[in-house]
Structure formats: structure tokens, C-alpha cells
Design a protein around this ligand. Structure first.
Ligand code: HEC
Ligand code: HEC
Ligand code: HEC
Ligand code: HEC
Length: 412
């Protein structure tokens, strides 16, 4: 079947969903094949093309991809049953140097476009590789379940609630509220205790035992809590405090709700902590050039009134994205990659059953723009490492299904 003269409809069918019955999701939109989308040629390869492709595979690919298209080691993807047009386009990208120098670029450098189309059709025609069963945990030990960042933050915060309140709302005078902070400020504050730049022995000891990931998880957990004012006494004249606080609004916001991640919100803050912080800036024991100046001219009465004013202001939640669960991510990825990663779009790779280490590496490559794709860029940039790991593990567990391309004559 030659495409050049005729227009064809290409329809992709995912095989073997439930004992041969097709789910509606198994059918893709018909694609019109013309000379302008010659990238789809591998979808209508003939049995003879596939037989020729097999010879190319034996000579040029099998040493790494096997004759069965199964990965032979870390970093090498499974390619058996992958969508043939996608495989073809990828080999051309490597050939044209689009991925820099790597084992692949050498392998395809001297092959013609025709040979690459045929070898893609050959690997695409193979049965996909069954998913590797998750490695069994050593006897007696069950692998610790990985917590999502918010749950991990919540677990780590259990040791903080005695002083800072159950969900970061202080009930003890002198203890700061931890709600309403941008995670950036929160992490910076913890690191300042760690380094000794902010002086507090208790907080220094606690912070020393926490990794950067722990700190990010804690910051995220507190940022997602419903903000509330500290439930502690706040003596002083609020009206006088409001007047005195005019000069603070530029950085801390009109009512102490900051919109700049580098400036802490101070709305609803515990008044005693507020007073102690101002005193520390004034004396220089909490060294911060901006605040030293702002605190310099203030007497104790003014600070007390401001403390009363800010304590009475309603704190607000910072703008923070609640991380999606793996299931929520997968739902988004599946829009292009097919149900559970079984793509029906000949241009979109299947992800089901692919090696997890390969999926992770590729996702990082999109993030760093080492591998460029308009479709993938917007998705991958917002993913955290933990999310990538979870998504890769999910797809690696899914059963890969092969596809069949049905070529229908175009309606006149
Ligand atoms: C020397 C080992 C080696 C040889 C030979 C080789 N490959 Fe690869 N191939 C790799 C590695 C490693 C990768 C992953 C590279 C990356 O991460 O960009 C890869 C990636 C690919 C991909 C991208 C898969 C995807 O899911 O995006 C395709 C397609 C591919 N190879 C096809 C072929 C074909 C066809 C041949 C023969 C013409 C071939 N390879 C020969 C090592 C090899
Ligand atoms: C024994 C009581 C205590 C415990 C437990 C405690 N903190 Fe603190 N924390 C304090 C005190 C007191 C301060 C104020 C120190 C200062 O003046 O700088 C503080 C300050 C902070 C600040 C800075 C707040 C700001 O407004 O800049 C953060 C952030 C913080 N703690 C987080 C935590 C986290 C996270 C934990 C649990 C891992 C924790 N704290 C456990 C007593 C405690
Ligand atoms: C030019 C910007 C700027 C101005 C003006 C300013 N601040 Fe700040 N303020 C900051 C920054 C930045 C920090 C964080 C410094 C640090 O990490 O110690 C801060 C920290 C604070 C803190 C400690 C918050 C905490 O949770 O530990 C208090 C309290 C505070 N400011 C009160 C005030 C008051 C009251 C005024 C007005 C008299 C004021 N600030 C004026 C920038 C400013
Ligand atoms: C808008 C459509 C679209 C969405 C949504 C999408 N992808 Fe993709 N994805 C593509 C296309 C197209 C490619 C092939 C791009 C290329 O050539 O590099 C691709 C490639 C990939 C690859 C490389 C596969 C291989 O074999 O090398 C991975 C891994 C991947 N996507 C994962 C994901 C994940 C995970 C998500 C969800 C977070 C996602 N994609 C969402 C369209 C999409």
C-alpha cells in the first residue's frame, strides 16, 4: 500500500483489553495519512517491510535491544510493541543528532530513512514485554510505604505541635504560629537555625536532624493548613499599633499578609513572639539588615501595640499548589499516553510496562530540556522528584498492550 497518491484513514486499536472485546477508549481518532505526515509510514508497513526490518534489527539493534525488543540493561528502553511511527520518528531524532552523542546516535547514523522505518515497523509488530513484578521485600521486612510530601510533612510535624500548636496555630505565648508562611520563608528560617545565623538552641537542635526534603515537606504541610490567629494573649492598643505599622505594610502587606515569598506574613502572629523578634532585631542578635533598620526607632510601647494589632489580623494561606496524587497525575498523562499508558495515538509513546529507571531518566531529561518536546515540557516542569518516581513506578507495573493499525480508504 503506497500512501503518496492516496489519502488513508489510520485508526489505532489496542488489542486484548478484555478477552478480545474493545473498550471505546481503544479506538483513536482516524488520522488522515498524506505525504505531509510521512512520519506515519511505519503504521502501514507491509509484512515484507517488517521482514526487511528484522534483518536491520539483527545487524544494527539486537546487541542492545535484543531481537525481542526487551531491554538488555539499565538505560536501555523496551521497544517491543511500542507504537511504530513513534519509534521511527525517535530513530530519526537520534540520527539527526537531536539527543547529542549517545549509544543510539552511533547505531542509527548510517541507516537510511527507509531502513529506519522498516526496523521501527519490525519492533512495533512484536509482543510487548510483560511488566517486571515489583521486587519482593526481604523476608520478615515489608518495604516502608512511601508517603506523599504532605503526609510526610504531617508525620514530621507531630514533634512540633507541643510548642507550635496542633496545626501550626500557637496556643502558648512566646511560640510563633507556623501557618500562613510561604514555604520559601519557612525553609529559610529553619536553615537559619541550622547554620546558627538565627540563635535558638531548641530550634537549632531540631533543625539539625532534618534533611532538605523533610524541611520542604514540613513547609508544605504547614502552608496547606487552614490559617488561624494565635490563641494567645495580645495586650496593647490595636489602633495605635495600626498607625505605627504603616511603614511596615510595604514589605509585610497591609494587614500583615505578605505577598512576597521572601517576606514573612505576620498577621495573626503570637504577640509575645512578635515582641521578642523585634527586640532581637533591635539588639542585633537576630541579624537582618532590613529589619534592624525598621526596628531601630521603636520603643517597647509601640512594639507592644503593633504586636496587638498584628495578632488581631486574619492570616491567609499562601499560594501553594497541593501536590497531585500519582492517580491524579496518571489521569492527565493518559490523555495523550492512553489508558494506563497504552497509547492509541501513533505519535504518542506507550508508557505501560516500560522500565521505571528509563521513565524517570526521560522525565528528568524533559525537565532539564536535554530532550525537547512541546507536549511534554509544560507537564514535566512542575513535577517533583518524588512525583516522577511515583508515576514511573506506576507505569512500569502496567501491562503493555500491542496495537493494530487499521487502514481504511478515505471517504470520497
Ligand atoms: C549500543 C546500544 C544500542 C544500539 C546498537 C541501539 N540502541 Fe536504541 N537505545 C539505546 C539506548 C541506551 C537508548 C536510550 C537512549 C536515551 O535515553 O536517549 C535507546 C533508545 C532507543 C529508542 C527510543 C525509545 C523511546 O522509547 O523513546 C529507539 C526508538 C531505539 N533506541 C531504537 C533502536 C533501533 C531501531 C536500533 C537499531 C537501528 C537501535 N535502537 C540500536 C541503545 C542502543
Ligand atoms: C520546645 C519547643 C519547640 C519545638 C518542639 C519546636 N519549636 Fe519551632 N520554635 C520554638 C521557639 C521558641 C521559636 C522562636 C525562636 C526564635 O525566637 O527565633 C521557634 C521558631 C520556629 C520557626 C520560626 C518561625 C518564624 O516566625 O520565623 C519555625 C519555622 C519553627 N520553629 C519550626 C518548627 C518545626 C518545624 C518544629 C518541629 C520539627 C519545631 N519548630 C519544634 C519552639 C519550638
Ligand atoms: C524593607 C522590607 C521590610 C520592612 C519595611 C519591614 N520588614 Fe519586617 N521583615 C522583613 C524581612 C525580609 C524579614 C525576614 C528577616 C529574617 O529572616 O529574619 C522580616 C521579619 C520580620 C519579623 C519576624 C517575623 C517572624 O516570623 O519571625 C517581624 C516581627 C517583622 N518583620 C516586623 C516588622 C515591622 C513591625 C515592621 C515595621 C516597623 C517591619 N517588619 C518592616 C522585611 C521588612
Ligand atoms: C499533550 C500530550 C501529552 C501529555 C499530557 C503527556 N505526554 Fe508524555 N509525551 C507526549 C509526546 C507527544 C511524547 C513524545 C515526545 C518526544 O518525541 O520526545 C511524549 C513522551 C513521553 C515520554 C518518553 C517516552 C519514551 O519512551 O521515551 C515519557 C516518559 C512521557 N511522555 C511521560 C509522560 C508523563 C509521566 C505524563 C504526565 C505527567 C505525560 N507524559 C503527559 C505527549 C504527552
Amino acid at each position: 500500500m503506497q500512501p503518496s497518491a492516496r489519502t488513508l484513514f489510520l485508526t489505532t486499536v489496542v488489542l486484548g483489553w478484555v478477552a478480545g472485546t474493545l473498550s471505546p477508549e481503544g479506538m483513536a481518532q482516524p488520522v488522515t495519512v498524506t505525504a505531509a505526515n510521512a512520519d506515519l509510514r511505519a503504521a502501514y508497513a507491509t509484512p515484507q517491510d517488517i521482514a526487511e526490518g528484522k534483518k536491520v534489527a539483527a545487524a544494527s539493534c539486537a546487541q542492545c535491544h535484543g531481537m525481542d525488543g526487551a531491554s538488555t540493561g539499565e538505560g536501555v528502553p523496551h521497544i517491543a510493541g511500542q507504537r511504530a511511527p513513534y519509534l521511527h520518528v525517535e530513530t530519526l531524532v537520534y540520527k539527526n543528532g537531536g539527543r547529542g552523542t549517545n549509544p543510539m546516535s552511533g547505531a542509527v547514523k548510517f541507516l537510511s530513512d527507509d531502513a529506519l522505518m522498516k526496523v521501527a515497523a519490525y519492533y512495533g509488530s512484536l509482543e510487548p514485554i510483560p511488566p517486571t513484578p515489583p521486587r519482593a521485600a526481604p523476608a520478615g521486612k515489608s518495604a516502608p510505604a512511601k508517603l506523599d510530601p504532605v503526609s510526610a510533612g504531617k508525620a514530621a510535624a507531630a514533634g512540633c505541635s507541643g510548642c507550635h500548636g496542633e496545626a501550626g496555630i500557637s496556643k502558648m505565648a512566646g511560640m510563633p504560629n507556623l501557618v500562613g508562611f510561604d514555604p520559601k520563608y519557612f525553609v529559610a528560617a529553619m536553615n537559619a537555625y541550622k547554620s546558627g545565623q538565627r540563635k535558638n538552641e531548641v530550634m537549632k537542635t531540631l533543625a539539625a536532624g532534618l534533611s532538605e526534603t523533610d524541611l520542604n515537606n514540613l513547609a508544605l504541610f504547614y502552608a496547606l493548613q487552614k490559617p488561624g490567629k494565635a490563641q494567645t494573649p495580645a495586650p496593647g492598643n490595636q489602633a495605635a499599633g495600626k498607625a505605627a505599622a504603616e511603614g511596615c505594610a510595604g514589605c509585610h502587606g497591609d494587614t500583615g499578609v505578605s505577598t512576597n515569598p521572601a517576606m514573612p506574613s505576620i498577621a495573626g502572629q503570637d504577640a509575645e513572639y512578635f515582641g521578642a523578634a523585634m527586640k532581637a532585631y533591635k539588639s542585633g542578635s537576630r541579624a537582618d539588615p532590613t529589619m534592624t533598620g525598621a526596628a531601630a526607632g521603636l520603643d517597647d510601647n509601640k512594639v507592644r501595640d503593633m504586636g496587638a494589632y498584628y495578632a488581631a489580623q486574619q492570616p491567609q494561606a499562601p499560594k501553594v499548589r497541593k501536590p497531585l496524587t500519582v492517580a491524579e497525575w496518571v489521569e492527565r498523562c493518559d490523555r495523550c499516553h492512553g489508558s494506563n499508558g497504552n497509547s492509541t495515538d501513533p505519535r504518542s509513546p506507550a508508557l505501560a510496562g516500560q522500565r521505571a529507571d528509563y521513565l524517570e531518566r526521560v522525565m528528568h531529561a524533559y525537565q532539564k530540556e536535554e530532550r525537547k518536546s512541546a507536549a511534554m515540557a509544560s507537564m514535566s516542569h512542575v513535577l517533583t522528584d518524588a512525583e516522577i518516581e511515583g508515576i514511573a513506578a506506576f507505569y512500569a507495573r502496567q501491562r503493555a498492550r500491542s496495537v493494530m493499525y487499521l487502514i481504511l480508504p478515505a471517504a470520497k
